[in-house]
Ligand binder design. Sequence first.
Ligand SMILES: *[C@@H]1O[C@H](CO)[C@@H](O)[C@H](O)[C@H]1NC(C)=O
Length: 235
Amino acid sequence: LLLVGLVVFYVNRSYAKVAPDYIVPCKGHTPECLKKTIQEVIPLFVKGVPSLDIDVIDPLKQDYVAVELPGGFKVELFDGTVTGFRKCIVDSVSYNDGEANLDFHCNVTIKGKYKAKGQILVVAINGDGDAKIRIGGAAITSKIKFHDVERDGVVYHEVKSYDIKYKIEDKVTFALTNLFQGNPELSQTVLQFLNENWKQLVDEFGKPIFDKIVEIAYSKIGKFFEKIPKSELFD
Ligand SMILES: *[C@@H]1O[C@H](CO)[C@@H](O)[C@H](O)[C@H]1NC(C)=O
C-alpha cells in the first residue's frame, strides 16, 4: 500500500508541474545551456503566463508613470508601452551559488502620451503630446541574487536583490509632439536639439528612466520565481 501511495504521489507530483512547458531546467547550469535556454524562453515568456498571473512583458504596459528628473524636470507618461524585449539577444549567462549574471542587448521603444515641464539642458520645455522614444542598442548587464524561501513545504528560489546597468551602444531617437505648447515651430526646433544632444540627455536623465522601467519589469518577472518551485527551474 505504501508503495502504491508513493507511486500515486510521484505521478501526481509530475502532473502538478507549475512551470509552463517551455521551461526546461539546465543540468549543471552550464553557461552554454543557460544562454540557449534563456534565449529560447524570452519570446514565449514575454507573452505572460496567465495561469500564474504573470503579466505580458512585451508590450510592457503602464497606465501612468511619473519620473522626477535631476533639476526638477518632471515627466509624466500616460498609457505607456515599452516594446522590444521579445527580440533581446542574450550575450552571456552564468549561475553560481545563488547568483546569476545575465548580459543581453535589445532595441527598445517607449510610447505614450506625455506631459513634461522644466528645464532640460539649456531649453525650457512645457510639453503635452505624443511621445515615442527609440533606444537603439541598449546593452544590459544584470547581477541577480537569489535566496531560498519555503512556503507550504515547497522551496522557491526567489530574487533577493538585483543590480542592473545599461549602456547605449547605438543611439536614442526622440519623436515628441508639442514640446512647446501651441508653438509647432519652436517644438520642432527643440525636438531637433534633443535628438542632436541625445548622448548628453542619456547621461543626465537616462538612469532614473531606466530604473523605472526595470522596476516595472521586475514587478512582473519577480513573480515567476515566487510561483514556480525551485525544483522546476534549477536542476
Ligand atoms: C537593433 O536595430 C538595428 C537596426 O536599427 C539592427 O541592426 C539590430 O540587429 C537590432 N538589434 C536587436 C538586438 O534586435
